[in-house]
Structure formats: structure tokens, C-alpha cells
Design a protein around this ligand. Structure first.
Ligand code: MG
Length: 364
């Protein structure tokens, strides 16, 4: 980046570490509007943009950056997240950030709900700590970045012609994740299959209306080369899950049913795997607890994401060597990502080797 592009880059993209006055702790919160490349439609909603919540934590001349994507279903908004973090600023700035685990326990005691706010703080504090130690975050966790799984690229629900175009644009990805659950599932899958024969994973986002419909749809999806299915029925419906699983041949993952560590043992008898998301559980610390618990119960683990910038996606990617499957494409769905962090090459997650999250401002 030359000086001119550097100066015209978005405010958030300025080199924050260099701006932070040595020794003076500072906590900034802000909301950023991320524009989607394509209208993004799932069973739940259709949107052109997403507002996510950002935190910058500065101390000792180092700035850690975090992001959380609020989930409306759980009554969170970017504004409620910002208010939650602003309300604990004086307390937080008086704490020792190097004692990260008890500090996050204190954050969880002080902030009710607003898990995207907790996630943004957790990520910013981890970025700060790993930068302070001069190591990439995956090394702070004791992981090998060469063990990061492939990520899928997600295709939202759309008209056949748009789906064909999106699948062609995703030619580099060896595995796709397809959203279904509205009334046009067969049209969606047929459109995908008219362009590619690569393996598919399917997410119904609770969209199947009954256990009978779920079995009929899943048996058909199996014949279309689908590897596994995510959340076929509403989150609260556990009693029908084993009836379904006895009649199908591919694994079933919980997503909307699985938010926090305590959900994992509760769901273990009903699913083959869980989709862990940093925004749902409130950060990498909680996500790691969920992953370890799922592993101990014999469940497969997917690390998923919301539509976010490279901040939240790179954070999740630093944990990805712990999981079986990754669906970390949220930053690829937006047109105005302020940062560059994890790179994706033919579906491979390339984790930065720079200290902390390893973010760099993206040229405007
Ligand atoms: Mg899902």
C-alpha cells in the first residue's frame, strides 16, 4: 500500500497499534455496515447488508481488534452490543488483560445476553495478548496452522439462474454448502448440479416442516451427493431427531440448537455433530470449550460463522485446526472488508504468521 492509498483507507483500517499511546488503556466501540456482494437469502431472512460490532482494545502501545455479528433471533443488535460493552468500560480498563480467562469470566458475569459483544471483546483481548507475546494466535492456542481444514463456500437460496452463477464464481472451492428449506429445494439443488458434481453439504436452517418431510428430503439429497445435513428441524424439536436418523444414512449437525457449551451434552444423543460459532457462544474461549466437550462426547465438529469481516473470520480460523469441518466464508460474501487476515486458496485456510490475529488494513 502506498502513502496515498494508506491515507484514503477507512478509519478503522489505520494502523491502530501505532496510534495507541504507550501505557494508556483505551477501549473503542463502533458499528460497521458490511455490504453483501449478492442478496443473501436463507430460511430466516433476506438482506443486502449486515451491521457488525467492532471493539479496539489498546494498552502498552498495542491494539487488539475484535468483531461480533449480532444475531437478531437472540434479540441482539449492533447497538445493544455497543451499549453492553460501553457500560462496562471503566471496570474493563481497570483489569489486567494478561489474565485473559478470569477477565472473560468477569465479562460474562457483567453482560447479559449480547454474545456478539462478548465475542468482539474476547477476540480483541486475544489479539492484544498474542501481539504482546509476539506470536500468532494459533500458536498461543498451541496449534499447527497446517492442520486447518478446508472451508466450504456457502450458496444462499436464490433463483436457479443466480445459483448457477454463484456456483461458477465458487469454482475454486472443492466443497460447497447449499442453503435449502424454502419451497424450491429441488430447483436449488438441480441448479447446483447442472454446474458442478463436487461434494455438497446442505443447511436447512430449521426449514423442514415435519419429520416425514425431513426424511423424504434427506433421502433425496443423499442421492445428490450430499455429505451431511445441518439443522433439518426447528431447534427445540429433539424428539423427532432420532426417528429421522434411523431412516437416513448421512450425519446430521446441530446449529440453531447448539449455542453454548451447556448445549453440547444435551444434544449429544440426538445429533452426529455440532456447528460451533464464535458469535453464538461469545468468543474463542467459549468456542474452544464447546469443541473440546463435543470431542469428548464423540461428536464431529464444524466451525461456522456469520456474515462478518476478516476480523471475526480470521479469529475463528485460528481455532480451526481443532475441528473436522470449516464453514468460514463470511468475509468472502462482503464487498467492503476493511481488513485482510486469513486467506482462502482453493478452499484451504491460510492462517497468518504475523503476531495476534495477523490483520492488515486492506487498501481502499
Ligand atoms: Mg447453519
Amino acid at each position: 500500500m502506498n502513502r496515498r492509498t494508506f491515507l484514503s483507507a477507512p478509519v478503522l483500517a489505520a494502523p491502530l497499534a501505532a496510534q495507541a499511546p504507550a501505557g494508556a488503556p483505551r477501549l473503542e466501540t463502533r458499528i460497521r455496515r458490511l455490504r453483501l456482494r449478492h442478496t443473501w437469502t436463507t430460511v430466516m431472512s433476506s438482506s443486502e447488508y449486515r451491521d457488525t460490532f467492532f471493539v479496539e482494545y489498546s494498552r502498552d502501545g498495542i491494539t487488539g481488534i475484535g468483531e461480533g455479528a449480532p444475531i437478531i433471533r437472540y434479540k441482539e443488535s449492533a447497538e445493544s452490543c455497543r451499549a453492553a460493552v460501553d457500560s462496562i468500560r471503566p471496570w474493563l480498563l481497570g483489569q489486567n488483560p494478561e489474565a485473559f480467562v478470569p477477565l472473560m469470566d468477569g465479562v460474562f458475569r457483567r453482560i447479559e445476553g449480547n454474545f456478539a459483544a462478548k465475542a468482539a471483546l474476547d477476540i480483541a483481548l486475544l489479539d492484544w495478548n498474542a501481539q504482546k507475546l509476539g506470536v500468532p494466535l494459533w500458536r498461543w492456542f498451541g496449534l499447527d496452522r497446517n492442520h486447518a481444514p478446508l472451508t466450504t463456500f456457502s450458496i444462499g437460496i436464490d433463483r436457479a439462474e443466480v445459483i448457477r452463477q454463484k456456483v461458477r464464481e465458487a469454482a475454486d472451492f472443492p466443497v460447497l454448502k447449499i442453503k435449502v428449506g424454502l419451497d424450491n429445494d429441488e430447483e436449488v439443488i438441480a441448479a447446483v448440479r447442472s454446474v458442478t458434481d463436487k461434494p455438497l453439504r446442505v443447511d436447512a436452517n430449521e426449514g423442514f416442516r415435519s419429520k416425514e418431510e425431513a426424511v423424504q428430503k434427506i433421502l433425496w439429497l443423499e442421492k445428490q451427493g450430499v455429505e451431511f445435513i445441518e439443522q433439518p428441524l426447528p431447534a427445540a424439536n429433539l424428539e423427532d431427531m432420532n426417528w429421522i436418523r434411523k431412516r437416513i444414512h448421512i450425519p446430521v449437525f446441530a446449529d440453531e440448537a447448539c449455542l453454548h457449551p451447556a448445549d453440547v451434552p444435551r444434544l449429544a444423543p440426538y445429533f452426529d455433530g455440532v456447528n460451533v460459532k464464535v458469535d453464538k457462544c461469545g468468543g474463542l474461549l467459549e468456542a474452544k470449550r464447546m469443541i473440546e466437550m463435543a470431542r469428548s462426547l464423540g461428536l464431529k465438529v464444524m466451525l461456522g460463522c456469520m456474515v462478518s469481516s476478516s476480523v471475526a473470520i480470521t479469529a475463528a480460523a485460528h481455532l480451526s485446526p481443532l475441528v473436522d469441518y470449516a464453514d468460514l466464508d463470511g468475509h468472502l460474501l462482503i464487498a467492503n472488508d476493511p481488513y485482510e487476515g486469513v486467506l482462502v486458496e482453493k478452499g484451504r485456510l491460510i492462517l497468518p504468521d504475523r503476531p495476534g490475529l495477523g490483520l492488515r488494513p486492506r487498501a481502499a
